[in-house]
Design a binder for this molecule. Structure first.
Ligand SMILES: *Cc1c(COP(=O)(O)O)cnc(C)c1O
Length: 327
């Protein structure tokens, strides 16, 4: 475990490297939530990145830190979600080949979305696990590098650039609330806050169901859990039983974790729609959901909440609004 080798300079290098490919997203004062909590609340709108999520930061930093020779061999991924889009998008921008391996059961809308960035799409497997195995086989046999979604130093440093931006915009932050799944995002944000500021409290938030990192922390080692349906679908997935970075970093640098219910997630999404007129996915709203719970935010403090992405179907949004506004 060489997390100690993640240094301030790695974060600044990541920032410089990825600057041409990402947006410094707005960090916006949220009036109603600030009033509700008696504090200053700012939302970091990563849903405004070109691909609709923060994952472009990590993917860009990882791909740009490959040698030219490695880049020429191309990259692969088996994520069909925001990470997959980030890899495909970066590869297209750099004129590299990206191979996205998918199960046959991936819905057509997701396949179409991926086609925007013209990756090579292989859809020959009955499960995502089998698609993933094929990626690692290509890496072994043909040197096509798999870009991992979270458990990687360069991915973590890429996500950490978000912490730099938040501190540039609001240097006096006391607390940050960060969605938590595999932990690449929160590892980056926590390292950024601890290395570049003073005593910022970092809180990781997952859904109630299938919160693999939180259960792993309780167990003292990485565990596996079955996936259950949730509005925060981007937070599903394991952390890897042979996790190298994020489990240790989350255990050592994240101050607290919490879990929010499906109703709270829907309320968080509705808040962002009503107050900020933006449509975001469930995984994005867990921080707001937590802050809306009475007593969670220290009055008079400055709080940053990461809103991670916008990958949600209009059907889901319609259902949430219908339930709220049914007369
Ligand atoms: C990937 C993702 C997360 C969680 O990030 P991890 O690094 O896996 O913890 C949260 N929100 C969205 C929208 C994501 O795509």
């Amino acid at each position: 475990m060489d997390k100690k080798s993640i240094l301030k300079r790695d974060l600044w290098m990541a920032k410089k490297r990825i600057a041409p490919y990402i947006s410094h997203t707005p960090f916006v004062y949220s009036h109603r939530l600030s009033r509700l909590t008696g504090s200053e609340v700012y939302l970091k709108f990563e849903n405004m990145q070109e691909i609709g999520a923060f994952k472009i930061r990590g993917a860009a930093n990882k791909i740009l830190s490959l040698t030219p020779e490695e880049q020429a061999r191309g990259v692969s991924t088996f994520s069909t979600g925001n990470h997959g889009m980030a890899v495909a998008c970066m590869a297209q921008k750099l004129g590299m080949n990206a191979i996205v391996c998918m199960s046959r059961h991936v819905p057509q809308v997701k396949v179409e979305m991926m086609k925007r960035w013209n990756p090579t799409i292989l859809q020959e497997w009955d499960s995502q696990d089998a698609a993933g195995e094929y990626c690692y086989q290509m890496e072994k046999e043909r040197g096509i590098i798999v870009i991992p979604p979270f458990d990687d130093k360069e991915i973590i440093c890429g996500q950490a650039t978000m912490a730099i931006e938040m501190l540039e915009d609001q240097p006096l932050l006391d607390t940050v609330l960060v969605p938590l799944s595999g932990g690449g995002l929160i590892s980056g944000v926590a390292l950024g806050m601890k290395l570049l500021s003073d005593q910022v409290k970092v809180v990781g938030i997952s859904m109630e169901r299938s919160a693999v990192m939180i259960e792993s922390l309780k167990a003292g080692h990485p565990v596996e859990l079955p996936e259950e349906p949730t509005l925060a679908d981007s937070l599903l997935g394991g952390i890897g039983l042979d996790n190298q970075y994020t489990f240790d970093i989350v255990r050592d640098y994240v101050d607290e974790t919490a879990q929010v219910s499906e109703t709270e997630i829907a309320d968080g999404m509705a808040y962002i729609m009503e107050e900020h007129k933006m449509i975001v996915e469930g995984a994005s709203a867990v921080g707001v959901a937590y802050a809306m719970r009475p007593g969670m935010i220290e009055p008079g403090s400055r709080v940053g909440i990461v809103v991670t992405g916008r990958g949600v179907s209009m059907d889901t949004v319609e259902k949430i609004l219908e339930e709220r506004y049914r007369a």
